[in-house]
Ligand binder design. Sequence first.
Ligand code: TNX
Length: 507
Amino acid sequence: MTTIIPQPTHVKSLEGQFVLLENASIGASTAARAKAEQLAGFLRPATGYALPIIEGGGGTIQLELNPKIEGAEAYELSVSNSSINLTASSEAGLFYAIQSLRQLFPTSIFSHSRVDTVWSIPCLEIGDAPRFAWRGAHLDVSRHFMPLTFVKKFIDLMALHKLNVFHWHLTDDQGWRLESLKYPRLTEVGAWRKHTMIGHGHQENPKFDGVPHGGFYTQTEAREVVAYGLERHVTVMPEIEMPGHAQAALAAYPEFGNTGEKLEVWDRWGVNENVFNPLEPTILFLQDILTEVLEIFPSQYIHVGGDECPKTQWEQSAAAQVRMKDLEIGDEHALQSYFIGRMDKFLTAKGRRLVGWDEILEGGLTQNATVMSWRGEAGGIVAAKAGHDVVMTPEYPTYFDHYQSQNKELEPLAIGGLNTLEHVYAYEPIPPQLTELEARHVLGSQVQHWREYMSTPEQVEYMAFPRLSAFSEVVWSDKTSRNYDGFLERLTSQLERLDLLKVNYRK
Ligand code: TNX
C-alpha cells in the first residue's frame, strides 16, 4: 500500500525497488515536454538533481501521452527497479501521475532544500482515475483580501490533492476585488472598507479594529492566476455576486441600488438588504462587467452568486414594482429569476454556462443554469431531477469556515457549526434520492472557505487542512475504497509533506 492521497483506484505492489540517482533522465515526446519539465522542477529542490529532459524515449522516468488510456484525467504509473513510466491520454492525466509519483518518494522529497537520503520507491503498478469531474475548492477573497502569493499556494495545494476547480469568490458586500477598466470606482471605492469587526458577527454593539482593510487584483494579476491554474490543471472560475451581496459595488455606483442612499463598503457580516435594483441599466452594467470577466477567465463556468438576496427593497421600490408590471412578473422571486435569466442568456450566447447558489431555484430555475446546492442537498436534488447539472456544496460538511472540533473554546473563532475531519471524509455527494440517470447531473462537489473569520493565510490553512485532504478522497477515490482508518494512516505522511510545504494545518 502507498500513502498517496487521494487513494488511487488500483495499486498492485511488486517485488523490488527503484532508486532515483543523479544520472537519471526524464524522457518525453514534444507534447509531454511541459509536464516533464514540471516533474523535474518538483524533484529538484530536495534531490539537488538537475535531471535532463530527453526528447522521445529512453528516459529513466518516461512520460507518454497515449490516447488508449481511457478517461480524460486517468493515468497509469508503473515503477520497476530500473525505470518509471507515466502514461495518460492527456497532460492532465500526466500531471496527476506526477502528483502520485511525488507521494511515492520519501516524504522529504517535498523539502525546499537539499536532503541527503536514498530516493527509493517500491516497485508497483497504479491505474487511477477520478470519480467526479468537478473537484472544487472555493476561496472568499472579499471578506478579507488575500495576497496573490497565497492564492497561488492554495492552487498548488489543490493540485497536489488532484482538485481541479478553483472557485474565486471575488465580490461581496465587504469588498470588490477585481479591477474593471470600464468601471474603475469598483476597486477605487469598492475595494476598501474603513475597518473590520472584532469578534463574532452576532453582537448588538460590535467593536471595530480601526484599521482600513482592502486590496484588489488587477486584470493582469487575475490572468496570472488563470495561467498558474492552467499549468496545474486547475480551472479558475470567477464569481461575481448578483443581485444580492452587492454593497461594495453600490458604494462605488449608488445608481444601481434601490434607495439612492449613499452607502459605504459594508463593515458587518451577514445578509444585507442593499441589493442591486432590477432595472435595465443595472443589468447592462453587470453584463459589461461580465464582458470584462469573460476576457480574463476562459473557464466554461461563470458564477453569478444569486444567494441571499432579500427582496425588501424591491418590494418598497416604485421603480422595481413598475418593472415587474411591465414584464408581467408575478412576484419578487420571479423577478430575481428574470434577472438571473438575463445573465444566463448573456453567458450562453457567449458559449459559457452560468452557475448559481441554490436560491436561483426560487421563482423558477433559468434554462441552462448549473446549481450549487449549499442549503443542504435539497436544491441539488430538485435541480438534478429537472435535468440541471449540480455541484454539491452542502454547508454540512463542505463549509470549512465551520469548527473542526467539539471543543470550540480551544479553537480560533469561527462562524459556528461543526464539520470534523471524519464528517468530511464520510461525505457522499450522490444522494440516494437520485436515480442513476439523475445522478449523472451531479458533476461533483466542492469545499467552501468563507472568510469572515479567516483574515490571514495561516488561518485559511488551519481551516483547510487536513480537511481538504479528506475531501480529496470524497471526489477522487472509488466509493468502495474509502476507509477512514486507512485514510488516517496515509494522512500521517501527508502531514509530513504539508509541514515541508509550510502549511499551518490543524494538528
Ligand atoms: C452564507 S453560502 C453565504 C456566505 C457566507 C456564509 C458563511 C452562501 C451562498 N452565502 O455569504 O459567507 O454563509 O458560512
